[in-house]
Design a protein around this ligand. Structure first.
Ligand code: RIB
Ligand code: CA
Length: 314
C-alpha cells in the first residue's frame, strides 16, 4: 500500500490533475478528497471534484465539502483563470459520484483518528479547511504524518505582486498552518512554474488515446489559454500535482529547510510567504521549501497515472 493521503482542493484545472495523480499512482493511497472555496465557490469546486472523480473512474474515495469562505477575508475566486465553472474546457456531463454528508473537516478528523497510521495532508487550495481542523482538533496533530501543500512562493506572487493565490485568499489560515508545528513542505510558485504543460506534454496525454487522456489535454489547453492571456506564459504551470509528486517520490521535488512566515499586515504584501532561505532572521526552520522539480520524472509519473486510470475505465 502507498503513503496514505487526503487531498484538500479547489478544482481547478491543476487540482483535477493532482487528484488523478494521487488516484492513479500506486505510491500513494488516496483516502479522501475534500473541497474548499478558492478557484471558484464551494458549490462549484465540489461539483468539479465529483466531475473529476467520475471521468477518472475514482468511485471508492469519499468526497466531502468544507468551508465556503476564508476565515477573515471575503472570498475571492479565480474565474478569470479557471472559468465560470472553475473547470472550463471539457464537457464533463453529469457527475456519477456524490459527496458524503460530513463536513470536510469532520471527515478529515475521522480518517486521521481511525486510520492505522499517520496520514499526509495534501492541500492544493486556500488552507481554510486545514486551519479549521488544526484549531478545532489540536489532538489530531500526532496523526498527521506531514502537510505537503501547494501554496506560497519564495519569489513573487501571482494574485498580488507579493502573494500567491492559495495563501492570498486566506492568509490567516495559512498563518495558522505555517505556525502549527506540523511537519510541513511548501511547494510554491517558484517550483510549480517548472511544471509547464508544453505542447509536447499535452501530446503525451492525447497520445494515450483514451477519453481521460483527451479530457486532460482539454483541461491543459484551456488552462494554457488563460495563462497565455493573463500572464504571458508559453505553457500553463500545473501547480497542484507537484505537491502530490513530492509525496510519491521526494526525488521528484528537491527541498531545503527554511523559516517561512505569512505576512498578515503589510499594506502591499499581505498574503506573502516570507521565506528565509539564508537564515538571516535566526529563526528555526518550520518548513521544507521546494526549490527544483525533476520535470522528466514528474511528467512520466503523471502521464502513467492518467494512463492507468484511463485503462481501468476503457
Ligand atoms: O496559485 C496557484 C494555486 O491557486 C493552485 O492551487 C491553483 O489551483 C489555485 O488554487
Ligand atoms: Ca488549487
Amino acid at each position: 500500500m502507498g503513503v496514505p493521503i487526503i487531498i484538500d482542493c479547489d478544482p481547478g484545472h491543476d487540482d483535477a490533475l493532482a487528484i488523478m495523480l494521487a488516484a492513479g499512482d500506486p505510491a500513494v493511497d488516496l483516502l479522501a478528497v475534500t473541497t474548499v472555496a478558492g478557484n471558484q465557490t464551494l458549490e462549484k469546486t465540489t461539483l468539479n471534484a465529483r466531475r473529476v472523480c467520475t471521468v477518472a473512474g475514482i468511485r471508492d474515495v469519499p468526497i466531502a465539502a468544507g468551508c465556503d469562505r476564508p476565515l477573515v477575508e471575503p472570498l475571492r475566486v479565480a474565474g478569470d483563470v479557471h472559468g465560470e465553472s472553475g473547470l472550463d474546457g471539457p464537457d464533463f456531463g453529469a457527475p456519477e459520484v456524490d459527496v458524503v454528508p460530513e463536513h470536510a473537516v469532520e471527515l478529515m478528523y475521522r480518517i486521521l483518528t481511525e486510520h492505522p497510521e499517520p496520514v499526509t495532508l495534501v492541500p492544493t487550495a486556500p488552507l481554510t479547511n486545514v486551519a479549521l481542523l488544526l484549531t478545532r482538533y489540536p489532538d489530531v496533530v500526532p496523526r498527521i504524518r506531514e502537510i505537503v501543500l501547494m501554496g506560497g512562493s519564495t519569489e513573487r506572487g501571482n494574485t498580488t505582486p507579493a502573494a500567491e493565490f492559495n495563501v492570498c485568499v486566506d492568509p490567516e489560515a495559512a498563518d495558522i498552518v505555517f505556525r502549527s508545528g506540523v511537519p510541513l513542505t511548501m511547494c510554491g510558485l517558484n517550483v510549480t512554474h517548472q511544471a509547464l504543460a508544453t505542447p509536447d506534454v499535452v501530446a503525451r496525454f492525447t497520445g494515450l488515446d483514451t477519453p481521460l487522456g483527451r479530457t486532460c489535454a482539454e483541461l491543459m489547453t484551456f488552462f494554457g489559454g488563460t495563462y497565455r492571456r493573463l500572464f504571458g506564459f508559453r505553457a500553463p504551470p500545473l501547480h497542484d500535482p507537484v505537491a502530490v509528486a513530492r509525496v510519491i517520490d521526494p526525488e521528484i521535488v528537491h527541498c531545503t529547510e527554511a523559516h517561512v512566515a505569512v505576512e498578515l499586515h503589510g499594506r502591499h504584501t499581505r498574503g506573502a510567504t516570507v521565506v528565509d532561505l539564508h537564515g538571516t532572521l535566526g529563526r528555526p526552520a518550520n518548513a521544507r521549501v521546494a526549490l527544483t522539480l525533476d520535470q522528466d520524472l514528474f511528467w512520466d509519473r503523471l502521464v502513467a497515472a492518467v494512463e492507468r486510470l484511463g485503462r481501468d475505465r476503457s
